[in-house]
Design a protein around this ligand. Sequence first.
Ligand SMILES: Cc1ncc(COP(=O)(O)O)c(C=O)c1O
Length: 423
Amino acid sequence: MTTTTAVSSAPGTTPPEGADPGSTASHIARTETHAAHNYHPLPVVLASGEGAWVTDVEGNRYLDCLAGYSALNFGHGHPRLVARAAAQLQRLTLTSRAFFNDQLGPFAQALAELTGKDMVLPMNSGAEAVETAIKVSRKWGYQVKGVAPGTAKIITMHGNFHGRTTTIVSFSDDDEATADYGPFTPGFVSVPYGDIDAVAAAIDDSTVAVLFEPIQGEGGVVVPTEGFLPALRALCTERNVLMVADEIQSGLARTGRTFACDHDDVVPDVYVLGKALGGGLYPVSAIAADRDVLDVVRPGTHGSTFGGNPLAAAIGHEVVQLLATGEFQERAQVLGARLEKGLRELIGTGLVAVRVRGLWAGVDVDPSLLTGRQVCEGLMRHGILAKDTHGSTVRFAPPLVATESDIDLLVTTLRTVLEEARR
Ligand SMILES: Cc1ncc(COP(=O)(O)O)c(C=O)c1O
């Protein structure tokens, strides 16, 4: 792997070309006044990005260690993705699925090959792909497994995050995500994450699927107990239940393998994909499964105006081609090992736990020292952008195009922030 020198994170003075004029404060004020407050962003207004680095409206540069929650695995403005998108933008952007287009077939074939499945069903957002997996699992349950009409049950995991639709938050145990959004969709049973006995006990004749994240990203990069995924694979096969892996955040090279399930040599029945499938340029999601599962979907029973449009398909196809080289999986492994070593050295200096898979880390901060939010604010002051979760946890998921010196910069800056808090 080549190592290039990290670009300085020192404050700059020149706003990026084409940036919307206005100070940080005025942009924040306009956003807070006219956009609903469903997020609590760090007070930085970004105007451009290249690779692993972004620049704000004042010209300050930051190392992006969130990467759009892994949507930007290939970095900001990857030249191949931008070129492919630009060419397709000029040619044809939307047909609807009322007609065929010349981009969807090649993309579907390439993604089916990447996943080792027969077919894919393209959608747009991650939540839509999860909804699609739920609908397909239920239909498969009624039409193939023979579950009694209206009784299909799906097993989910405590601490899950699968998106924000009403059905998806129906099986969330996060009070913030659910408060005052009921009534909720029935048909889900939640069990402790990684508890194979609890999954086995929850399965009955009406169970059609187990929906899980191979690593819980929003939960704080939580890796299941050793052996859970192979045991789940065996259990789903034995009980004729679909194993549905939500790899929206964990998949597409982030963990050092194409899919997080690959670490355990486990192949689920259904892959749920999103985020990096659109290269951070455009929302592209899909589910992938074999014909006996996806053939339950017939014309008129499911769809989306934008799902499988030629622009999305062209970008998604280029993403699959980038992944087929294996370069990004390898970068995640090498850079992740470096990040893990650096972060582990900080345990006891303000960090109480570190979890790493590939270039994806969750660190638990000593809550008596700082909150996760305060760590992120401190990092931001020193030119690093990251995101907290669940009070005292911070996630790091830099784009896989980051350099070794970028990773070193992240570790040394975190050390500085912790030192400043201990003073
Ligand atoms: C595992 C997982 N599933 C689903 C989603 C929802 O994706 P989207 O925000 O694109 O709807 C996310 C988003 O963070 C996710 O991490």
